[in-house]
Design a protein around this ligand. Sequence first.
Ligand SMILES: NC(=O)c1ccc[n+]([C@@H]2O[C@H](COP(=O)([O-])OP(=O)(O)OC[C@H]3O[C@@H](n4cnc5c(N)ncnc54)[C@H](OP(=O)(O)O)[C@@H]3O)[C@@H](O)[C@H]2O)c1
Length: 356
Amino acid sequence: MAEPLIRSVLVVGGGGFVGSHVVRALLLEPDCDIYVASRTPNNHPDQDGRITYMTADVTDEAQLTALFSTINPQVVIHTASPSPTAPADVLERTNIEGTRNLLKVSAASPETRVFVYTSSDSALVPTQEPISEEQGQLYTAQHYSNPYGKSKGIADALVIAANSPTLRTATLRIPVVYGDYDYKNLLPQLLGSIKRGAHRIQIGSDIKVFEFCHAHKAAEAHVLAAKALLRLDSGSYDGPRPDGQGYFISDGKPQPFFEFMRRCYAAAGVPVGPNEVKVIPLYVMQVVSSCTEWAFTILTLNYKRPTLRRQNIDHLDRGCCWDISKARERLGYRPVHDQDEAIQSMMKWGMENIGV
Ligand SMILES: NC(=O)c1ccc[n+]([C@@H]2O[C@H](COP(=O)([O-])OP(=O)(O)OC[C@H]3O[C@@H](n4cnc5c(N)ncnc54)[C@H](OP(=O)(O)O)[C@@H]3O)[C@@H](O)[C@H]2O)c1
């Protein structure tokens, strides 16, 4: 039986960092109509007649219903999310209610067969031993967690629970994503640290390991997941069922956070030798970031928020470690072949397009 093709796909949040990589990966699919939707859909850097930009806010069910009745997407890839440090009510409204809306409208749309959700390492209780998806514990409303992690965990569970014979769903749990076209996440942070001479600083002991994922591979995983679900839908999938599943997607090389950062600095021509590392204890930065947040709250009446956030410091104490064999086996996912080369290409792109 011929491989079913992705005929039309809606990428919600397709103008963002991860979403735009998903769109680039979809452009490799022949004869696939690509729709990108968000509140303010910007023009995608890859101008291509196959991409149509639509305005839609996932918190507005009526707007989503109108969007679906116009485009009738066969596949929905939901990458939209506010920033992890957005206020709790915005995260809840967008990630939980927005995902619920999108699932409801997708399930009601006769053409829509497949729904893939971009989840996160933040959605799960951290681990330091390689765990399978079945061992992983998603955050629920009962957990104590930061609002972002909780909203992502609840949304992930909603997507898995929505799996049905007429709407096949899957969630991709991705960790820190690195790569080109990153205008506001890790890459500008790396370049900014070099510029400020802060690249020698390490917060905490850097013992816990983290997963990382090259943006091109994170994007490819979304396309692979959509195709596996379409194959199941058309009866041509062979093997353990790919639907109603969460998948760990990463480079499969857990390592300490600052060790990874220093590999990026070295790729940019500014290596940091072991004797040059300046360690600031984690608890010091936790106190400083909390004080900064309180000061901003009091002085600006919560109108402005500092860039140094307690949540980001706490994240350095989380870590994660995954077994990615389920994605390999059921989706055909293959992690990046050469992480050094991927890091070098990201830093080169960053220095040429963002600058140090
Ligand atoms: N970057 C990472 O390292 C990383 C790691 C793990 C997981 N993730 C997950 O990957 C996904 C994408 O993250 P990213 O880093 O690419 O974020 P990003 O660059 O900030 O992109 C987020 C996208 O979501 C859209 N969006 C936000 N609120 C929306 C709403 N109410 N309705 C419709 N669209 C909305 C934004 O567009 P508008 O502003 O135009 O609405 C934007 O296109 C998220 O789900 C995130 O949780 C990212």
